[in-house]
Ligand binder design. Structure first.
Ligand code: E4P
Length: 218
């Protein structure tokens, strides 16, 4: 499973990238707002840090305006992946961005399996089902990931499932068990994946016993 980090916070991205844990980054207009940065500047900085795809989202809702924005975003760096919303105009833009601009596309705001089917048919590189937002509404977001996995496997679509709106460590585990290709995870949740109380307890015991030996390695 690939790990993307879901943030526009350059400090967090640099730290996770230095740990060797990052395969890509996703941003959205809300995350750009949170960063307080200009979209072109912050996207360029992120693309210079991370080798993998960095999703930057168009904000137009009409096809030709989306294409204009996609061209601007694509010029920022070679690893910019254009993010479009799951609308008819977004799907049309997805197809054109893939064929005319030769860029990766992340189709975002997916809340149903049929939406995901359309995105695959439009040639999306990634489909982003929003798990947490479905859970918030009383649905089971993970069920959607399982449905998309089955549909994509039935027809050998190469669109990658990018589990998004992840809120917990358990979301990551369940998405991995189902076979989601990628999870985009907030920085704190990504770091929380390493935590286990028995690891801490075991390490404490080993260090205490090691100190009693009076030895040093090297
Ligand atoms: C995905 O690309 C989105 O940026 C993100 O996962 C949305 O998550 P949220 O529901 O926590 O805003």
């Amino acid at each position: 499973m690939k790990f993307f980090v879901d943030t526009a916070d350059v400090k967090e991205i640099r730290e996770l990238n230095d740990l060797g844990l990052l395969d890509g980054v996703t941003t959205n207009p809300s995350l750009i707002l949170k960063s307080g940065r200009n979209i072109a500047e912050v996207t360029k900085e992120i693309c210079d840090i991370v080798d993998g795809p960095v999703s930057a989202e168009v904000t137009a809702t009409e096809y030709s305006e989306m294409m204009k924005e996609a061209k601007v975003l694509a010029k920022i760096a070679d690893n910019v992946c254009i993010k479009v919303p799951l609308t008819l105009d977004g799907l049309k833009a997805c197809k054109s961005i893939r064929t005319d601009l030769g860029r990766q596309v992340n189709v975002t705001l997916c809340f149903s399996a049929t939406q995901a089917l359309l995105a695959a048919k439009a040639g999306a590189s990634f489909i982003s089902p929003f798990i947490g937002r479905l859970d918030d509404m009383g649905f089971d977001g993970m069920e959607l990931i399982a449905e998309i996995r089955q549909i994509y496997d039935n027809y050998d679509f190469d669109t990658e499932i990018l589990a998004a709106s992840i809120r917990t460590v358990d979301h990551v585990k369940r998405a991995a068990l189902i076979g989601s290709d990628v999870a985009t995870v907030p920085p704190a949740t990504l770091k929380a994946l390493v935590k286990h109380p028995l690891t801490d307890k075991g390490l404490e015991q080993f260090l205490a016993d090691w100190a009693k030996t009076g030895q040093k390695i090297g």
